[in-house]
Ligand binder design. Structure first.
Ligand code: ZN
Length: 343
C-alpha cells in the first residue's frame, strides 16, 4: 500500500448497510464467481422496495455482463460474490443505477488498516470473509428509464442496460472513493477515531500533490476534491494511459472531480474531459467508468486504462492481509451513474 493521504471535501455518503434487512424468497442465478439475486416486485432490501421484477431480456443482459467480468478477471475467489439487484424508486431522476457494497477492514503485515469491498476481499484476495449467504453488494436500477436490453452493442438509440450493469458491478470491485463530503474526511470510521480508506483512495492525488489520508482531509495539505480533475497514481493504470497516442509519458489518469462536488460521482470515475492540460492531444478517455452515459453509447468492456486501474486495485496485486484480522463493517460504497452529455 501507498502511504495514506486525504483531501477533497464532499464525497460519498457512506450508508451503513449492515445489517441488511432480510429479503424474501429470491431468484438466484450463479454466473461463475458472481451470484446474482434478482428481486421481484415488492421484495425489499435495506430501504428499497422492488418496484417490478426483471424481465427475461434484462436477465440476459445481466448474464452478459457477469460473463464478461468472469472471463476478464483471473482471480480465484474464496467464495461467490453475492450481488442483490432490484428495480426501485428512490434514486435521483438523473441516476441510472447505484451500487452499495459491504466492506471489510483489512490489515497489512505492517499493521496498517484499510478498507476493501466485499468483492475485493473474497474474490481478488481470496479471503473467506463472511459466508455463502453474505449480502456483498446491492445494486439499484432506476425503473423510470426505458433501457435498451438488446444484445447488439451498436445501432441502438436508448440507454444501454448492459453498460450500466457492468459499470455498477465494477464499482463493487473497488472502483469507489471513501471520501465523506459531509465531514470532509477520507475513510470510514470503523471504531472511535479509527479510520480506514478504500484502496481506491490510496491512488488519488490532487494537482498540488496532496494525498488522501484516513480520518483527515488530506496530507500534507487539504486535498482539493474539486480540482477538475484530480489524478491517479497507480502505475498499471497510468502506464496504460501513457501508452495512448498523444499522452505525455509522465501523465496521470484524470479522475472526475468537478466543482461543485457531485456526491456519488466525484472521485469515483475516470474523467474523460480531464485529458486536456496534462499533455494530451485530445484523445478522450471515454469508457465504461465515466460518470455518465448517453443514449446510444455502449461501454460493455473495459478499456486498457480501466484494466490497468483494476490491476492497481488488487485484481492482481496488493498486500495480502491476514484473514484472522477481518472485521466485517458493511459500508456502502455508493456510486451512481448519471445521464449526461459527453463532451
Ligand atoms: Zn459510477
Amino acid at each position: 500500500m501507498k502511504k495514506i493521504s486525504l483531501h477533497f471535501k464532499v464525497g460519498l455518503s457512506f450508508l451503513l448497510l449492515s445489517p441488511f434487512s432480510k429479503s424474501l424468497a429470491l431468484e438466484i442465478v450463479d454466473y461463475g464467481s458472481l451470484r446474482i439475486h434478482y428481486y421481484e416486485t415488492s421484495e425489499t432490501l435495506s430501504t428499497y422496495n422492488a418496484e417490478r421484477s426483471f424481465s427475461e431480456n434484462e436477465k440476459a443482459v445481466v448474464a452478459g455482463a457477469a460473463q464478461y467480468l468472469e472471463s476478464t478477471i483471473g482471480n480465484v475467489g474464496a467464495r461467490d460474490v453475492n450481488i442483490h439487484m432490484m428495480w426501485a424508486s428512490g434514486l435521483s431522476e438523473s441516476t441510472l443505477g447505484s451500487s452499495s457494497s459491504s466492506a471489510y477492514i483489512l490489515t497489512t503485515g505492517e499493521g496498517y488498516n484499510f478498507m476493501a469491498t466485499a468483492a475485493q476481499t473474497v474474490w481478488a484476495y481470496g479471503l473467506n470473509a463472511g459466508d455463502a449467504n453474505s449480502i456483498d453488494c446491492q445494486i439499484i436500477f432506476n425503473p423510470s428509464f426505458n433501457f435498451y436490453t438488446g444484445q447488439d452493442a451498436s445501432g441502438f438509440s436508448g440507454l444501454d442496460l448492459q453498460s450500466v450493469v457492468t459499470h455498477e458491478i465494477t464499482h463493487t470491485l473497488g472502483f469507489s472513493s471513501s471520501y465523506n463530503s459531509m465531514t470532509d474526511l477520507f475513510g470510514y470510521e470503523y471504531a472511535a477515531d479509527e479510520y480506514a480508506m478504500q484502496i481506491w483512495d490510496h491512488y488519488l492525488e490532487d494537482g498540488n500533490g496532496n494525498l488522501p489520508d484516513p480520518g483527515s482531509s488530506g496530507t500534507p495539505g487539504d486535498f482539493n476534491q474539486v480540482d477538475a480533475p484530480v489524478y491517479w497514481t497507480g502505475e498499471n493504470g497510468n502506464a496504460a494511459y501513457q501508452s495512448m497516442a498523444g499522452v505525455a509519458n509522465n501523465a496521470q489518469i484524470p479522475i472526475y472531480a468537478p466543482d461543485p462536488f457531485q456526491s456519488g460521482s466525484s472521485l469515483s470515475h475516470v474523467d474523460e474531459l480531464g485529458f486536456d492540460g496534462i499533455g494530451g492531444t485530445g484523445d478522450d478517455l471515454s469508457g465504461m467508468m465515466n460518470y455518465a452515459l448517453s443514449a446510444g453509447e455502449s461501454y460493455r468492456e473495459f478499456n486498457a486504462v480501466e484494466k490497468g486501474m483494476l490491476e492497481d486495485l488488487g485484481w492482481e496485486i496488493i498486500v495480502i492481509p491476514e484473514a484472522g484480522s477481518l472485521l466485517l463493517m458493511a459500508i456502502s460504497a455508493c456510486a451512481v451513474l448519471l445521464v449526461g452529455r459527453r463532451k
